[in-house]
Design a protein around this ligand. Structure first.
Ligand code: PLP
Length: 381
């Protein structure tokens, strides 16, 4: 079993309360990330784009928010029993989150994932003691991983399947943390978002953040991002191959309601790679490929809404899981790449919103303020 997660609070007696206490204290390592205000010259105009630095989460990606919230909800509902096997199909970051959080809580973890994911992802999941089952193209790739995970769980008494693609708690995680954080980090700057942009893997990020933001202002635009080389959202099925790991996994997840979102913005995977490389090389911001895609899509959204539009997005993870991928190689640039029009100027860090930490006993949603009271700051501060 993993070592005990230290907590500041006095411990109550009994194995159940110890488990609950561990679940609660892990919240201190998840969410409440800084927001970056990145200044660029785009097409000759000065602009700013806001991005949540999700690599600051416990295992280094946005997926920790979803994984911890799903485990907390399942434990509360009694679906997840202490010591029970956690089985999930994932293209990588989710596996790392469940493997680490599962071990911190004393669960064995089995992960089914497509065989072509980066070596860093596979090795990291294994390093957290999880069983990794790689699923080939012939076995059905991503959809095959889901099928195999389900049959494995069915054969294991007490197994828990988080079902990230269909679990409402995935959306809820972002509606209760990422969305309010963005709102309250912009508020002290006298700003409110006009649009939120995010690549769709499970869709939890865009649906959850979108839910919170639109509860405050129904006019906020929500742009999902997809790879131009494999536009699953626009076509409804698997279309080609792409290199933006973590998004566009061959189908449209059931938690995604495209009719509620604005039209997808398509970004070429090579363009996303070049943009991610520039963010690291020129500004020292270490990001993965989907962050490059989100950043470019945020600029495209701003182009549509007007140069002063406040557009927020997420940088889902850092560059460290891509050391063996094309992110570390010279990418041939094409004349139509959006990144060619981008000149990065610098960035400022917007402080974390401590009052909205995921560890708050009371759900952040219940303390939400309206757009009109946004300038007053988070309740309880
Ligand atoms: C690197 C990366 N970017 C983006 C996403 C998409 O996030 P979501 O599943 O919330 O749509 C993921 C999800 O796994 C990811 O790993």
């Amino acid at each position: 079993m993993a070592s005990t997660v230290p907590t500041g609070a006095p411990r109550r007696e009994g194995p159940d309360s110890l488990y609950s206490e561990r679940l609660r204290s892990l919240s201190l390592l998840v969410g409440n990330t800084p927001l970056l205000a990145i200044d660029v010259v785009f097409g000759g105009e000065s602009r700013t784009v806001y991005a949540k630095l999700e690599s600051m989460n416990m295992t280094g990606s946005v997926k920790d928010r979803m994984a911890l919230h799903i485990l907390q909800s399942a434990a509360r509902e009694g679906v997840l029993q202490p010591g029970g096997l956690i089985v999930e199909a994932t293209s990588g970051n989710t596996g790392i989150s469940f493997a680490a959080l599962g071990r911190a809580l004393g669960h064995p973890v089995a992960i089914f994932m497509p065989a072509w994911m980066s070596a860093e992802r596979i090795n990291l999941i294994r390093s957290f003691g999880a069983d990794v089952r790689l699923v080939s193209h012939e076995e059905g790739g991503f959809l095959g991983s889901i099928r195999l995970a389900e049959s494995h769980a069915a054969l294991t008494p007490g197994a828990f399947l988080p079902h990230q693609f269909s679990n409402a708690a995935n959306v809820q995680a972002h509606a209760q943390s990422t969305g309010p954080e963005i709102w309250w980090q912009l508020a002290p700057l006298g700003l409110a978002p006009d649009a939120f942009v995010a690549g769709v893997g499970t869709g939890g990020t865009i649906m959850g953040v979108g839910r919170y933001l639109r509860e405050n202002d129904r006019s906020i635009a929500l742009f999902p991002v997809e790879p131009a080389n494999s536009p699953t959202l626009s076509t409804g099925h698997k279309v080609g191959r792409h290199r933006i790991q973590g998004i566009s996994d061959e189908f449209i997840p059931s938690i995604v309601d495209l009719s509620w979102l604005d039209a997808p913005i398509a970004i070429d995977d090579g363009d996303a790679i070049v943009m991610a490389q520039q963010l690291a090389r020129q500004l020292g911001i270490a990001v993965g490929i989907s962050s490059g895609a989100n950043f470019l899509a945020a600029l495209v959204a701003q182009e549509r809404l007007g140069r002063d539009a406040v557009v927020a997005t997420v940088f889902p993870d850092s560059n460290k899981k891509y050391l063996s991928t094309d992110l570390m190689r010279d990418e041939p640039e094409r004349p139509d790449f959006v990144s060619r029009q981008v000149q990065l100027q610098g960035f400022r860090v917007v402080a974390r919103v401590c009052d909205l930490c995921a560890h708050a006993e009371q759900p952040v949603n219940s303390r939400r303020a309206s757009r009109s009271s946004a300038s007053e700051g988070p309740p309880g501060r």
